[in-house]
Write a protein that binds this ligand. Structure first.
Ligand SMILES: [Cu+2]
Length: 168
């Protein structure tokens, strides 16, 4: 009888260890977020964007697959490109990869989390909460302050948003 109890105890320990390590391996656990900020926009603007650095602390690739939040009607993962005529364009992407032991920067003129149809104007100093969802279903909440953009202004509102639903 004692042997059986021991065996149950040992299997319980193994199960527990399995659960713990599986939990530690979620994308949300492996990816850290730093320097998150949201671009301040004039009150007339319907859109803004969230930028941040995603760092993967593991030797397994991670992928961001969606984002959500109540700051705007839509929250999408976007990238940006400039064609050979100098025309800026951005479009939705299905995922943003964070390479094993690597970093992916979401920054102006590159990957960003697009906030479309803002419920309220975003002013410097406001805090925006967005939930990131990774490929394995794990999620991570990001609190980002609204800031003025510190680089030469590129007017987001004049960009061609008509293609933002297109996948490339
Ligand atoms: Cu965009």
């Amino acid at each position: 009888m004692k042997k059986l109890t021991n065996r149950i105890f040992v299997s319980a320990l193994i199960m527990l260890a399995g659960i713990t390590s599986a939990y530690a391996e979620t994308c949300a656990e492996r990816v850290t977020v730093s320097d998150a900020w949201v671009r301040e926009v004039p009150p007339v603007s319907q859109t803004s964007a969230l930028f941040m650095t995603l760092t993967n602390t593991s030797d397994k690739e991670a992928a961001l697959v969606s984002a959500s939040g109540d700051v705007s009607k839509l929250v999408e993962l976007h990238t940006h490109e400039t064609d050979d005529k100098g025309v800026h364009r951005m479009f939705e992407v299905e995922k943003i990869i964070i390479p094993a032991n690597g970093k992916t920067m979401l920054k102006p003129m590159s990957y960003h989390v697009m906030l479309i149809d803002l419920h309220n104007p975003l002013k410097a100093g406001d805090m925006v909460t967005v939930t990131l969802k990774f490929r394995d279903g794990s999620t991570k909440q990001v609190e980002a302050p609204v800031k003025k953009m510190m680089m030469p202004a590129m007017d987001h509102s004049k960009m061609d948003h008509s293609k933002h639903m297109q996948h490339k």
